[in-house]
Structure formats: C-alpha cells, structure tokens
Design a protein around this ligand. Structure first.
Ligand SMILES: Nc1nc2c(ncn2[C@@H]2O[C@H](COP(=O)(O)OP(=O)(O)O)[C@@H](O)[C@H]2O)c(=O)[nH]1
Ligand SMILES: [Mg+2]
Length: 294
C-alpha cells in the first residue's frame, strides 16, 4: 500500500496544529496562541506507540515507546530536536502520514523560517494543506510564503483551508464574499483553480473531544455548548471538488459509531459536526488515500 503524506503549513497561529489534532480526534499536539511548533512532526497510525526525536543531522536524540502529549510538548520545544516521528493508535488509515510544520513567520527565531521553507523545497509529500486564518487574512507573511509555494509546488498538490470561520460575525461579514475574495486573490497569485474548504478546526476538535469523553476546560465547555445551541452554518462549499451528490453523501455518512445506536442525539451531533466544515476536508483526504491505492 502506498502511504499518502500530507503536510500542513501556514503562517503562525493559523491553526495547523489544531487541524491535525481534529483529524486525530484528540489533543495530542500542543497548540497555543504563541508560536509553539518549532519542529517538523510526522504522525502515523500504527499498532505500536512510539516517539522518536531527531536532531538536525537526523541522528536520534530520544526514543520512547509510550505516547503522551507532555513528552511531545517537551521535545517540540527542545532546541536540539528538529524532527519528531510519532506513531500511535489513531482513528485513521495507516496509509496516512500527517506532518505538522513550524510557520515561517516567527520573528523571534529565524530557524523556523528556514525549516518551513526547506521542508517544502524537499517536496517529500503528496499534498500540501495551506491553512489560512480567516480572522487575519492576506497578511504580508502569507503573500511571500504563498509566492514561494506557487514557485515550488505543483498547484494540483495544494489544498487551502480557511480556518477560524467560527470567529466571523455573521451579521456583519459574509463567508461567501470572503471565500470569493480569497479565490480571486489566489487566482492573482497564479493558483488557477484553488480548492478551498472553510472550516472551524477548533469546533471539530471540541466535538471529537466531547465524543471521546476527554476532559474539556471551562472555556471549551462554554464554547462547545454555545456552539451546539446556536448551530449556525459556517461553511461554504463553492470551491470544493464535490458534486451535490457527494456533498449529500458526506452529510449522511455515519460517524461516531462509538456512541452506540442508543445515543439519541446522534443525528443532531452529526449535523453540527458537518456545520464545522471539517468532515468535507476529512472526506477529501480519505478519498485521496482510496484513489492512490485503487
Ligand atoms: N476561534 C478559533 N480558534 C482556533 C481555531 N483553530 C485554532 N484556533 C486557535 O488558534 C490558536 C493557534 O492555533 P494552532 O493550531 O496552535 O496554530 P498553528 O500555529 O498554526 O499550529 C490556538 O489558540 C487555537 O485554539 C478555530 O477554528 N477557531
Ligand atoms: Mg502549531
């Protein structure tokens, strides 16, 4: 079976790490409002648990056979560590490798920039997911980084995620016009037919944590419940690769089987999860694995 390698990249704090956590369904990687990711982290589903950290010469500096978020956090912040390989029992195909990278715009640390650029230049991946922060779009850092990506990577390999859509004030701003403007902006940069998903990775992660009965902080609880109550639809599927039939199929997909049939709010939860936009992105990834191994 061929493995499919997906790298997540973006300017700082756009939500790369939160997206990967949402795909994992758990808060494995440390995410915060400061620049936390100082390393390249590769994550694979496996029967065994493993964390292996490498220095800049690719020599192993630490290896442990248990997977904890705390160990990862420490290694991620260690000056000595440049790459981390993570294996564990995740709820996705063993053929998928998710790669978290540091953003290129951490002015405190020039090596962040180099690492992000070097990794992309090596092109050792099948897809590049570029995460855009909807609350802070089109900043200068994005422009130069996007121009570099356009020059370096085949456009067919790029997926754009517009994240933090939940932060929009829908009475004042329209998601549709935001996405249209973004599409025009990407066109101007040379991305002819960009694929764009609008998502709230944070909400998708909260729902996943809730379902797995992981501990939520007070703030997370508040946000989850207000989101469950207000159920506003924040997605825009205009620039996704899906037909109306496929969209209907994705909406109707069975998720969260772990809750059992007797969980009465199943359909509602599924509906709310679809409203985060995240399942459409998830589906596109699963579809790529399927196509690659057909
Ligand atoms: N409102 C909102 N906040 C988010 C979302 N995704 C991430 N964040 C927050 O943005 C901050 C940076 O996220 P992180 O994933 O660490 O960004 P990274 O630097 O790109 O890896 C954290 O405080 C996250 O909780 C989202 O969909 N909505
Ligand atoms: Mg990060």
């Amino acid at each position: 079976m061929n493995k499919i390698r997906i790298v997540f990249t973006a300017t700082m704090s756009a939500g790369k790490t939160t997206c990967i956590n949402a795909l994992l369904g758990t808060e494995l990687l440390h995410s915060a409002n400061e620049a936390t990711t100082a390393t390249i982290t590769e994550i694979q589903a496996s029967d065994v648990e493993l964390i292996r950290a490498f220095d800049s010469n690719k020599a192993i500096v630490k290896e442990v056979d248990a997977l904890t978020a705390d160990t990862l956090k420490v290694l991620n912040q260690s000056q000595q560590v440049q790459e981390i390989l993570v294996k564990g029992k995740f709820n996705f195909s063993e053929n998928l490798v998710l790669i978290d990278t540091p953003g290129p715009n951490n002015s405190r640390d020039e090596s962040h920039k180099n690492l992000a650029y070097e990794f992309i230049e090596e092109e050792n991946f099948d897809y590049l997911v570029y995460v855009i922060n909807a609350t802070q779009p089109f900043i200068n850092d994005d422009v130069s980084f996007l121009k570099f990506i356009k020059r370096t990577i085949d456009s067919d390999k790029i997926i754009f995620l517009v994240n933090k859509i939940d932060d929009f004030d829908l009475d004042k701003e329209s998601i549709e016009s935001f996405i249209n403007n973004l599409k025009n902006y990407l066109n101007d940069l040379g991305f002819v037919k960009p694929i764009i998903f609008s998502i709230s990775a944070y909400r998708a992660l909260l729902i996943n944590k809730f379902i797995r009965q992981e501990k939520l902080s007070k703030k997370e609880k508040r946000e989850l419940f207000s989101f469950l109550e207000n159920e506003h639809e924040i997605i825009n599927l205009a620039y996704t690769p899906f037909s109306p039939e496929q969209i209907a199929h994705i909406k109707a997909q069975k998720r969260f089987e772990c809750l059992g049939d007797e969980f009465e709010d199943y359909e509602y939860l599924n509906h709310i999860y679809c409203n985060t936009g995240f399942p459409y992105f998830e589906f596109s990834i699963k579809n790529q694995i399927f196509l690659l191994n057909k």
